[in-house]
Design a protein around this ligand. Structure first.
Ligand code: FES
Ligand SMILES: [Fe+2]
Length: 398
């Protein structure tokens, strides 16, 4: 590989990246170091670590984090690495513990990360020096984020900026209704590039395009968005867009964010196949406004909020050519999942849409591997993707 700087310098503005960015192991290592080991990463929702002793472990690249609630109900994030000889302590996903016991030689940690006991280590062994390594943690609307960096970008602007728009949905008092992982054989940037544009929605997503106005060109979408600017406030929902672009200089020092509400087509109350409700209204929402909010929580985690449920999207690179696209559906915490929520109808749209995305992204990966691939120009409907690439190259060049 040429030097990273030379590679970054040769990228053509507003064009897709050159082939090395999607195939090269060395670039991928830089991606992990400069993006995923630095940015805020979504781990779990507070409802998944509600009780003392609850733990949620999330694996990414060579790292793993444990989010743990202690006896005083404080949340902690620890590197999932035993201080004896480095074994992983908890397995990925949800678990519950009185103590965190390493499965290898049984070093035992308290829920606050202190080493409590280590068998047969001799009289001179000082337990105090071998507590679990602490990671940075932030909670916002019940969503728990961590960073592997010692000094990650500030989360404050995001918290302040999104607080008013998200309040009505009471997202802290939701719970996971369903969870799906779509492993996609493509570089993570192709997955994010695709996620950030709706130029492909018309040709690739007939189900999505039947109900969501986002696939329209700007002018037609404006007409629909004018509808939402009347209906959403009547339902108690904000229709005011907030946030800043990824190329805004604030995005270099703060977790970027945005909130925007747009209209579903007539007759659609929520993102179900027939448009009918699938769960009780969220939080303090008073009525179905026929809209959906796009929300960015940083640049790697997104929400789509309907009046009665939320879909969270998380993207986890597994190798240079493999990415997990994860969908997590949330409903209000007092909803009865058997009686009040129609999980099949709630998950239908984003499962079919993500399966279609997996197919087009995998074709994209195959194409960029060709000797005939040449970076091509983005369309005006791909401006978020253009911003994403600019942001990415900027982060990589640091
Ligand atoms: S590696 Fe954990 S106790 Fe030995
Ligand atoms: Fe898509």
């Amino acid at each position: 590989m040429k030097s990273l700087k030379a590679l970054i310098d040769k990228q053509v503005p507003a064009h897709s990246l050159s082939q090395e960015f999607y195939l090269d192991e060395a670039v991928y290592r830089h991606d992990l170091d400069k993006i995923f080991m630095v940015e805020w990463l979504y781990v779990c929702h507070r409802s998944q670590v509600a009780e003392a002793g609850d733990c949620y472990a999330y694996d990414i690249a060579d790292e793993s984090v444990m989010v743990v609630r202690d006896e005083d109900l404080q949340l902690h994030a620890f590197a999932n690495v035993c201080r004896h000889r480095g074994s992983r302590i908890c397995t990925a996903g949800q678990s519950s513990h009185k103590r965190l016991v390493c499965p290898y030689h049984a070093w035992t940690y308290g829920l606050n990360g202190e080493l409590l006991s280590a068998r047969q280590m001799g009289d001179k062994f000082d337990k105090c020096k071998f507590g679990l390594k602490v990671l940075q943690l932030q909670e916002f609307c019940g969503f728990i984020f961590i960073s592997f960096a010692a000094n990650p970008s500030s989360f404050d602007l995001l918290k302040k900026g999104l607080h008013a728009s998200l309040k009505v949905f009471d997202l802290a008092n939701t719970k996971v209704a369903c969870h799906e992982v779509h492993s996609t054989h493509a570089n993570w940037k192709l997955v994010l590039e695709n996620f950030n544009e709706c130029y492909h929605c018309g040709p690739a997503h007939k189900e999505f395009s039947a109900s969501h106005s986002l696939m329209l060109d700007k002018e037609k979408q404006r007409v629909f968005d004018e509808l939402i600017s009347k209906r959403a406030p009547a339902a108690g929902i904000s229709a005011e867009p907030v946030g800043f672009s990824l190329v805004d200089e604030r995005a270099q020092t703060h977790a970027p964010y945005y909130y925007d509400r747009y209209a579903l087509f007539k007759g659609y109350q929520t993102g179900s196949e027939d448009g009918r409700p699938v769960a009780p209204l969220l939080g303090e929402v008073e009525a179905y406004d026929g809209g959906a909010s796009n929300v960015a929580l940083g640049n790697l985690t997104y929400l789509l909020i309907y009046a009665d449920h939320v879909v969270l999207y998380r993207f986890t690179p597994r190798s240079v050519k493999l990415t997990d696209a994860e969908l997590i559906w949330f409903v209000r915490s007092d909803a009865d999942l058997d009686k009040d929520v129609d999980i099949e109808r709630m998950t239908w749209l984003w499962n079919v849409t993500t399966i279609a995305d997996k197919d087009i992204i995998e074709r994209n990966q195959k194409g960029v591997q060709s000797r005939f691939y040449q970076p091509g120009p983005y369309s005006p409907m791909e401006t978020y993707t253009v911003d994403f690439i600019k942001w990415y190259l900027h982060k990589l060049s640091k």
